[in-house]
Design a protein around this ligand. Structure first.
Ligand SMILES: Nc1nc2c(c(=O)[nH]1)N[C@H]1C(S)=C(S)[C@@H](COP(=O)(O)OP(=O)(O)OC[C@H]3O[C@@H](n4cnc5c(=O)[nH]c(N)nc54)[C@H](O)[C@@H]3O)O[C@H]1N2
Ligand SMILES: Nc1nc2c(c(=O)[nH]1)N[C@H]1C(S)=C(S)[C@@H](COP(=O)(O)OP(=O)(O)OC[C@H]3O[C@@H](n4cnc5c(=O)[nH]c(N)nc54)[C@H](O)[C@@H]3O)O[C@H]1N2
Ligand code: SF4
Ligand SMILES: [Mo]
Length: 759
């Protein structure tokens, strides 16, 4: 397995050799003509057919949105590569980015609007026109709004460039219930950043490239990919930086590290308290920086006094001497040392405190706005310019009802209401708490496969009067939908402008490369047309996405044509750094980095709660389930991609060889994995590359929708197994709080397992 993944990294990230495959399957055989689209510019189409053109755009095989250059000839996408006009990107793509052509030409994606005919989930829909589909949805939503109030309608989406359109749609409808994926991904990190700096995690960045020592806590960059940071990491290592990698599992990133620590899963917080303890006891931190910018240092010193490396060694399995030497080595590089704050931050119920401890380590090293440290992303305002306009700037009365998920209210006061708590949806529906929910619109998110405890989610969704999905695939949520509204894929559409703040404020544009293959539409147009049919059309003042983009750019000093040359525009020639002596614009109430957080304490929580040891693994066949990514797949959405499913068709469960031996399980054996929430069967990967207490599965498999035939019934869904619990302070679900049990499946005859035979 490890070797397999390494081959990917070499093949796909370090050399874009995969483009050979792109050519070999450009789709020309499969598609001889296109449907003319009334909203597509005919002139452009003719030009595209005649000659080879290059279109700068943004990848969307995952939400990172790497800048790309798309080579188009005869209306076919011939090649996709990184937009090397962008600093630090080169022409690299990840395997999923390279598989974009396979998505474009996929005959198994949703091709027309569909209205359900059979039972929910039976896979029977009838093809309808856009007019009929939109009319149907608008009528149903209007009826629900009139009978149960607008708040009984919930809209969920993965944050995307058009989120301002969906938020406007919901506000105009009078419902407060718009949620994004944020809590499922990194909500607790968002809250941690706000508690320390007054900025969200999205408003800050990490300068990996210039760091001299990078410490990654399960930030598996070489598989959980963002192309630019991957290149920054490799470039830092080439320039002599040290990489320390901490993970209960030997991931591909571990194989690049100078120092790898197989930590006991879920105990990183104990490690950090000990690192802080050593830094403070031995005076390793940046005193000048701390005096100037940190409040609550003495409280932290008192709090961590008893969290010695010897104490942490017992909890984490990492020797006390190694902990001490990391603290000392890191301090030697300060301020150019990065304790990376991670990306996915939805593991445990105390997640916010882990993320805060990481931010504290950075602040103690004084790395803010230093090369190789954390930085505040700069927007156009920094250089006296106007940013882009968003539909949400219109004055629309705020909906009066409370939120379905109680986010930002008494139950979850600190979670970010700009994003909400999607994982509360099943509870809200099943218990009509705080009120009945009747309809869900899911746009570019799969709440079944992406939220914990999918079986309960399914039961809850069953109770709704209306489920609508705006999707490109027959995802799990599309499979349960009453109406599917197909979006054009990223290569087929122009999108809203991307404001990319950073050391330089930039704007990017996703530009249409080819006409839509099928009868699909862009989400901002779908919502506009729906709004018109619901009497709220006035808030959507555009007739095409291009017009919306023009409106967004008004006042920014740029127009759409400015993106043609390089694919982006910049508000500033040089990177902007704030002065670390006197110029950090920290936005907490105290104006300082708040170790002792007013945000947290005003809400009745503690800034420094005592560490609670992890529960022991309950039994010989029990494992702590941990999940994560592989370089070839995006969460739950690429498992049916023709290229990617061929390369990585199903997940396996990693378990330690000694634990496996005790259960008579050998490498490659079929095993049953089960929990209180659900179960499944898959193959075991037995090795010593994983901690004894952990079982690891790649997230996103075990699809149940038959129409997506390449992913149907392949592997097991981690979402079926894990319980739905939430970090009450930070807001993220604890995706790693579940113990699963694993047992060997003994086949007695073909297709029947030992367990089946004895039931
Ligand atoms: N158990 C478990 N759960 C997790 C995670 C985990 O590791 N384990 N990871 C969490 C994380 S970090 C995240 S970010 C979330 C991600 O959760 P999601 O956002 O739900 O996952 P994705 O696979 O990114 O995309 C979901 C849907 O978007 C659709 N889609 C793709 N492209 C387009 C498009 O262009 N237009 C439209 N309209 N739809 C499109 C796909 O078909 C799919 O149905 O999941 C979280 N949930
Ligand atoms: N290929 C690919 N790349 C992606 C994405 C994708 O879907 N596919 N999605 C993007 C998104 S939305 C996100 S949020 C990021 C996620 O980026 P990451 O957070 O880096 O990715 P994950 O795969 O969720 O988790 C990484 C590692 O955490 C380890 N881990 C598990 N438990 C523990 C623990 O207790 N301690 C420590 N130290 N490590 C632990 C796992 O073994 C795994 O190797 O990836 C982004 N990039
Ligand atoms: S990381 Fe890969 S899939 Fe995601 S946007 Fe970048 S190239 Fe595309
Ligand atoms: Mo994420």
């Amino acid at each position: 397995m490890l070797q397999f993944l390494l081959v990917y990294i070499l093949q796909y990230i370090l050399q874009p050799a995969c483009n050979i495959r792109q050519y070999s399957n450009s789709g020309a055989e499969e598609f001889t003509h296109y449907q003319a689209k009334n909203h597509y510019n005919i002139q452009k189409r003719i030009t595209v057919f005649m000659e080879e053109t290059s279109v700068y755009s943004l990848c969307f095989m995952c939400s990172i949105r790497c800048p790309i250059r798309v080579l188009v000839k005869n209306g076919q996408v011939k090649w996709i590569e990184g937009n090397d006009n962008v600093d630090g990107l080169g022409k690299s793509l990840c395997p999923r980015g390279a598989a974009g052509i396979s998505l474009l030409n996929d005959t198994q994606r949703v091709q027309t609007p569909l209205i359900r005919e059979g039972e929910r989930g039976s896979g029977k829909w009838r093809k309808v026109s856009w007019d009929e589909a939109l009319h149907y949805v608008a009528e149903k939503l209007n009826a629900i709004r009139n009978s149960d109030g607008p708040e009984s309608i919930v809209f969920g989406e993965r944050t995307n460039l058009g989120t301002h359109v969906s938020k406007t749609f919901m506000k105009a409808l009078g419902s407060p219930n718009h949620f994004t994926h944020d809590a499922l991904c990194k909500g607790s990190a968002n809250t941690a950043f706000r508690s320390m700096f007054g900025y969200t995690d999205a408003q800050m960045g990490a300068d990996i490239k210039n760091a001299k020592h990078i410490i990654l806590y399960g930030r598996n960059l070489l598989e959980a990919i963002e192309v630019k940071p991957v290149r920054a990491l490799l470039s830092a290592i080439e320039s002599g930086a040290k990489l320390t990698y901490i993970d209960p599992r030997v991931s591909v990133t571990a194989t690049k590290a100078h120092d790898y620590w197989m930590i006991r899963p879920g105990t990183d917080l104990a490690l950090n308290y000990a690192l802080i303890h050593v830094s403070l006891e031995e005076g390793l931190y940046d005193r000048d920086f701390a005096d100037k910018w940190i409040t609550g240092l003495e409280d932290l010193r008192k709090f961590t006094a008893s969290y010695t490396p010897e104490w942490a060694a017992k909890e984490t399995g990492i020797a006390a001497e190694r902990i001490k030497s990391l603290a000392r080595e890191a301090a030697k590089c300060k301020p150019n040392v990065l304790f990376h704050h991670g990306y996915r931050a939805a593991h445990h119920k105390n997640e916010i405190y882990l993320r805060r401890s990481l931010l504290m380590l950075n602040a103690l090293m004084g790395n803010l706005e230093a090369p190789g440290g954390l930085f505040f992303k700069k927007g156009p305002g920094e250089v006296g310019k106007n940013g882009i306009r968003k539909l949400t700037e219109q004055s629309i009365p705020k909906p009066t009802a409370s939120r379905f998920d109680k986010c930002g209210e008494a139950a979850y006061p600190l979670a970010d209401p700009a994003h909400g708590l999607p994982q509360m949806l099943p509870h809200a529906i099943l218990n009509a708490d705080p009120y009945p929910i009747k309809a869900l619109i899911a746009n570019r998110i799969d709440p079944i496969a992406s939220m914990p405890d999918a079986n309960t989610t399914r039961k809850a969704l069953e109770k709704l009067d209306l489920i609508v999905s705006i999707d490109i695939n027959f995802s799990e949520i599309a499979g349960m939908s009453d109406v599917i509204l197909p979006e054009s894929i990223y290569l087929e559409r122009t999108d809203c402008v991307q404001a990319a703040n950073g050391m330089k404020p930039l704007l990017f544009l996703r530009q249409q490369a080819v006409p839509p293959r099928y009868d699909t539409m862009e989400a901002p147009m779908i919502l506009k047309k729906l709004a018109e049919r619901m009497g709220i059309g006035e808030f959507f003042p555009y007739n095409s996405v291009e017009e919306l983009v023009d409106w967004q750019l008004e006042g920014s000093g740029f127009t759409r044509t400015d993106f043609a040359e390089k694919g982006f525009v910049s508000f500033s020639k040089n990177p902007i750094r704030w002065d670390r002596e006197s110029g950090l614009k920290i936005k907490t109430p105290s104006g300082k980095i708040e170790f002792k957080s007013s945000l947290i304490e005003d809400a009745g929580f503690s800034s420094f709660p005592e560490y609670e040891p992890l529960p022991e693994v309950p039994g010989k066949n029990a494992f702590r389930l941990i999940t994560g990514r592989v370089a070839t797949h995006t969460h739950v959405s690429t498992q049916n991609n023709a290229y990617l499913s061929e390369i990585f068709p199903e997940n396996v469960v990693w378990i330690h060889k000694d634990r496996a031996a005790a259960l008579d399980i050998s490498d490659g054996d079929r095993v049953r994995i089960f929990s209180d929430q659900g179960e499944g069967e898959l193959n075991a990967y037995v090795s010593d590359l994983i901690h004894r207490e952990a079982a690891f599965m790649v997230h996103g498999f075990g699809h149940r929708v038959v129409r997506a035939s390449r992913s149907y019934n392949r592997g097991v869904s981690d979402a079926d197994l894990i319980k739905n619990v939430t970090d009450p302070v930070g807001g993220s679900p604890g995706l790693h709080e579940t113990f699963v049990k694993i047992e060997k499946v003994r086949r007695t005859s073909k297709g029947m397992s030992f367990l089946d035979a004895h039931r």
